[in-house]
Design a protein around this ligand. Structure first.
Ligand code: NDP
Length: 479
């Protein structure tokens, strides 16, 4: 059984407590590795290592930082097979998905921010007799906390811009999916990232995450995870005036107008609902369909969903893998029960699955399609974050918008229509950080990424991320 270690000051270290947590393979339900059960002592050590590394790292030229980051990107790509397998075993997602999405994107994150930093410029504001310019300095020691659904993808999405801008990082992956972060530590060391620039502390959110939020020498926190956790972090960090970037939950609407390309809409909506077992914050879990095409859409949609074969994530034929934990399986099943209790109809799926063979005790749920519930029901208001989607008919554009905007969330939305004016009009009125028109999850890393309302505060991506991880200073010179 493999034992994961913390990565502090360039060394792999056991937790101060000497205690470890069990790490499960979701597809089998078996314990397959041990994760450090770290606490505030490990966080304190990591902060000291980061503080010690900061003066030299922040003074390193952007060209050198860029070179190291490109080496990290290249090593991730070189080890794609190993990392993808590790991600799949740890998270439960299909291996083809880890290979085609998670790991390539982790490499891309380092490549993107490692080159973007070369183009990051300060503003200058000349006026008669005076010149104002802006200096952007790294913040110092920053904290990065990431979730279990896209483990290496989201972990690197935070770390890469933080170190590109000259900060030193204390990072915590989810204790449910720590393996690829552990493997990344070795890659960073091999690529020549100086000791202490990246420190990884494994453990429980309420221990390690809280210690990071409370630590006075961590000056900024970039967090992705649930809205409730984001609230807890903000409660601790806001009175200390820490800079905060919060990427939180979503309950994303997918609006299908009668004038859409129905085949495209039905196919992509199925992917948008069930990719990664529905465990992507951008998944479209509420599908609003114009009443005149409701039956036709439903039929085509379900036809596509039926192709989402559930089973062993290592089997290339599998389209949907296991849910990340037993607790999450219970949560998803409880929402399916709530849908029934609320008077909903299960149009497809609705059951736990126990595949034959090695995955018989794994945590699998059928792709589940629910209908017959209003937009204000719990199923259509609360984030389930699993393979459960709800179909709701609408009659007018105003009604679709009002239902789409009726949750506390506002992360992403999808609009299906061939009418250009309608597409732009609806996009402008959706309360959402991202709107895709006739597509889903097409990501350009230069664009601002984040949510409104309870889906978050701040934006990641592009220069927004570099701005978050730097402190601007206005300098005014008399000419
Ligand atoms: P959680 O909020 O439970 O956990 C996220 C991270 O925070 C984990 O590393 C977790 O540690 C840690 N954590 C837990 N409690 C605390 C705490 N009190 N203080 C500091 N850190 C803490 O989210 P999940 O991992 O369950 O991820 C799913 C959620 O993430 C969904 O709501 C989803 O919508 C959201 N998400 C948002 C995205 C976005 O970009 N907006 C993208 C992806 C997911 P541990 O797991 O070890 O307990």
């Amino acid at each position: 059984m493999q034992t994961i270690l913390n990565f502090i000051g360039g060394e792999f270290l056991p937790p101060q407590s000497g205690n470890y947590l069990n790490n499960y393979e979701p597809a089998t339900g078996n314990i397959y590795s041990k994760v450090p059960d770290s606490d505030e002592r490990d966080v304190a050590l990591a902060v000291v290592a980061a503080k010690n590394a900061f003066p030299a790292w922040s003074a390193t030229s952007i060209e050198v930082r860029s070179e190291i980051m490109l080496r990290i990107a290249a090593l991730i790509t070189e080890r794609l097979e190993q990392l993808a397998l590790a991600e799949t075993i740890d998270q439960g997602k299909p291996l083809w998905l880890s290979k085609s999405m998670d790991i390539p994107r982790a490499a891309q994150n380092f490549h993107f921010f490692g080159t973007e930093i070369l183009h990051f410029a300060s503003e200058a504001h000349p006026t008669t007799g005076y010149l104002n310019y802006t200096l952007r300095s790294p913040i110092g020691v920053v904290g990065c906390i990431s979730p279990w659904n896209l483990p290496l993808y989201l972990f690197t999405w935070k770390i890469a811009p933080a170190i590109a801008t000259g900060n030193c990082v204390v990072a915590k992956p989810s204790e449910l999916t720590p393996m690829t972060a552990f493997l990344l530590a070795a890659i960073c060391k091999e690529a020549g990232l100086p000791a202490g620039v990246l420190n990884i502390v494994h453990g429980l959110g309420h221990e390690v995450g809280t210690a990071m939020s409370e630590h006075r020498d961590i000056h900024a926190i970039s967090f992705t995870g649930g809205t409730n956790t984001g609230q807890k972090i903000a409660k601790i960090a806001a009175p200390m005036f820490k800079k905060l970037s919060l990427e939180l939950g979503g309950k994303n609407p997918n609006i299908v107008f009668a004038d859409c390309n129905l085949s495209d809409a039905a196919l992509t909506s199925a992917r948008a609902a069930f990719t990664n077992q529905g465990e992507i914050c951008l998944c479209g879990s509420r599908i609003f369909i114009e009443r005149s095409i409701y039956s036709e859409f439903k039929e085509k949609f379900i036809e596509n969903v039926r192709k989402f074969t559930v089973g062993d994530p290592l089997d290339p034929a599998t389209r949907q893998g296991a849910l990340v934990s037993l607790a999450h399986l219970d949560k998803v099943l409880s929402y399916i029960q709530i849908a029934k209790d609320e008077g909903g109809t299960i149009a497809l799926g609705g059951n736990q699955i126990n595949p034959e063979g090695r995955c018989a005790n794994g945590w699998f749920v059928e792709p589940t399609v629910i209908e017959g519930l209003g937009a204000d029901c719990r199923i259509n208001q609360e984030e389930i974050f699993g393979p459960v989607v709800s179909l709701v008919p609408f009659d007018t554009e105003e009604e679709a918008l009002s239902m789409a905007n009726s949750t506390p969330y506002g992360l992403a939305a999808v609009v299906w229509t061939e009418n250009l004016s309608k597409a732009h009009r609806v996009a402008a009125k959706l309360e959402s950080g991202i709107v895709w028109i006739n597509c889903w999850m097409v990501r350009d890393l230069r664009t601002p990424f984040g949510g409104v309302k309870h889906s978050g505060v701040g934006r990641e991506g592009g220069f927004e991320a570099l701005k978050f991880f730097t402190e601007p200073k206005n300098v005014c010179v008399k000419m």
